[in-house]
Write a protein that binds this ligand. Structure first.
Ligand SMILES: Cc1ncc(COP(=O)(O)O)c(C=O)c1O
Length: 454
């Protein structure tokens, strides 16, 4: 029996009613990938308020590697609810925060003493990583990358690359932020080709120190090991190690933003492990707590201890319910070996997507790492003109046929898979089947309406 069950036209009447209340009550700046309102969810399945059942390939934007309502997470949260909800770690500390810090110190790459601070969101953790790096190095500048996404707060928005909708109209931005090209080989900023390029983009960091900002002014390079919102771009194997080597040479800290890549998604607990790099600071969030808000900065102890007492923290950072959920989520990830499940899901997706790309030139690129997989859509195979409209059509078709799928990419022309890693093979294939029909339908209607573009 299929998992997807659609009982009403979409969106259903109750979702429609909620949407009109939402439009009256909530700021329009918060976007929605689908117009359906959630009622309940389990594993990789989401049911809306009208009783329609969807397969969820978005996982709350990569927050549900252990699945919706993982039993261990729910039990740990229940237990914590019966104990206490909040004391503020800065007022009356509690053991779960310490246990989680110890866990992250041991799980993150690097065989040296580490320390951790817990916060609420990915952006807040990136902000803190930058504060810590500046405090340790006594240097102001931060280098980040084209197509990067690090959040929506003032500093993280400044580190983020995409202008619309993230930056336009929100200036002025934070100063001392410098941007260089990422190894986005499909759209190389230098029009070079890998491997002949010798990862020129990574080596070009040296040139940046001559032309843009002096190396002795740079506190840190902030990098996503695989671009998330930027379109699931997995750089060539040596890109990150070259960046790391240059950073070390100039005593610049390397901050890995593993907010989206972390906790098993890429086939290892952290994507840095896949690339054999050891960042000075690693930022994690999203899937850390099985769906509860929590984030962390983990790094070399002497760096983490640079800011003075009271310089770091926040009212809710590392709240006990989220800590309990995170300890349970990490236990599940490890016990159920969800990293290797991610690898298998990625291979399964890749096989299907590569076959589709042979059939439909709309698919310009198939890429990713582990279960962090995506397809980039283009209007013609040679030209690489981004096919944003077609991407939206594919997503709409999927949602209308019971698959929740979201886009990514600076040009809005990438569909990305962030399915909970606990999805069953049957559910995963059912979801992929919907994607396949979506592609067939969009390509067909495109040929009907604009044959000259086909
Ligand atoms: C790589 C990366 N960094 C930071 C963030 C910001 O996280 P948050 O939305 O929790 O502030 C995101 C969110 O998508 C992200 O993908």
């Amino acid at each position: 029996m299929p998992t997807i069950q659609l009982r009403t036209a979409l969106p259903g009447p109750k979702s429609k009613e909620w949407m009109s209340r939402r439009n009256a009550a909530v700021a329009r700046g918060v976007a929605h990938s689908t117009p359906i309102f959630a009622a309940r969810a389990e594993g990789a399945v989401l049911e809306d308020v009208d009783g329609n059942r969807f397969i969820d390939f978005a996982g709350g934007i990569g927050c549900l590697n252990v699945g919706h309502r993982a039993a261990g997470v729910v039990a740990a949260v229940r237990e914590q609810l019966d104990a206490f909800l909040h004391t503020c770690f800065s007022v009356a500390p509690y053991g779960k925060y310490i246990e989680l810090a110890e866990k992250l110190n041991s799980l993150t790459p690097g065989n040296f003493p580490k320390k951790t601070i817990l916060l609420n969101s990915g952006a807040e953790a990136i902000e803190n990583a930058v504060k810590i790096a500046r405090s340790y190095t006594h240097r102001p500048a931060i280098i980040c990358f084209e197509d990067a996404f690090h959040g929506r707060t003032m500093l993280t928005m400044s580190l983020t690359s995409k202008t619309h909708p993230y930056k336009a109209g929100f200036a002025p931005f934070a100063t001392d932020v410098y941007r260089i090209p990422y190894a986005y080989c499909y759209r190389c900023s230098y029009s070079l080709q890998y491997p002949g390029c010798g990862v020129f983009c990574a080596h070009h960091l040296e040139d940046t120190f001559k032309r843009v900002v002096a190396s002795e002014s740079v506190a840190a390079v902030v990098v996503e090991p695989v671009l998330g919102e930027g379109g699931f771009v997995a750089p060539p194997p040596e890109f990150l190690s070259v960046v790391q080597e240059i950073c070390r040479r100039h005593k610049i800290l390397l901050i890995a933003d593993e907010v989206q890549t972390g906790f098993g998604r890429t086939g290892a607990m952290f994507a840095c492990e896949r690339y054999g790099i050891i960042p000075d600071l690693l930022v994690s969030a999203k899937s850390i707590a099985g769906g509860l808000p929590l984030s962390a900065v983990t790094g070399r102890a002497e760096i983490m201890d640079a800011p003075g007492v009271g310089g770091l923290g926040g009212t809710f950072g590392g709240n006990p319910v989220s800590c309990a959920a995170a300890l349970a989520a990490i236990e599940i990830l490890t016990r159920e070996n969800l990293s290797s499940r991610a690898e298998k899901l990625g291979e399964r997706f890749d096989a299907r997507a590569r076959a589709w790309s042979k059939r439909w030139p709309l698919i310009g690129d198939v890429r990713g790492l582990g279960a962090m997989r995506a397809m980039e859509f283009v209007r013609s195979p040679g030209g690489r003109e981004p096919a944003k409209e077609e991407t939206e059509q594919v997503l709409k078709y999927c949602y209308e046929h019971g698959l929740i799928l979201i886009s990514a990419g600076t040009y809005g022309n990438v569909v990305r898979v962030l399915v909970p890693l606990v999805v069953t093979d049957e559910q995963f294939d059912e979801g992929l089947n919907v994607m396949e029909s979506a592609l067939a339908s969009v390509v067909e209607s495109r040929m009907e309406t604009a044959p000259h573009r086909a």
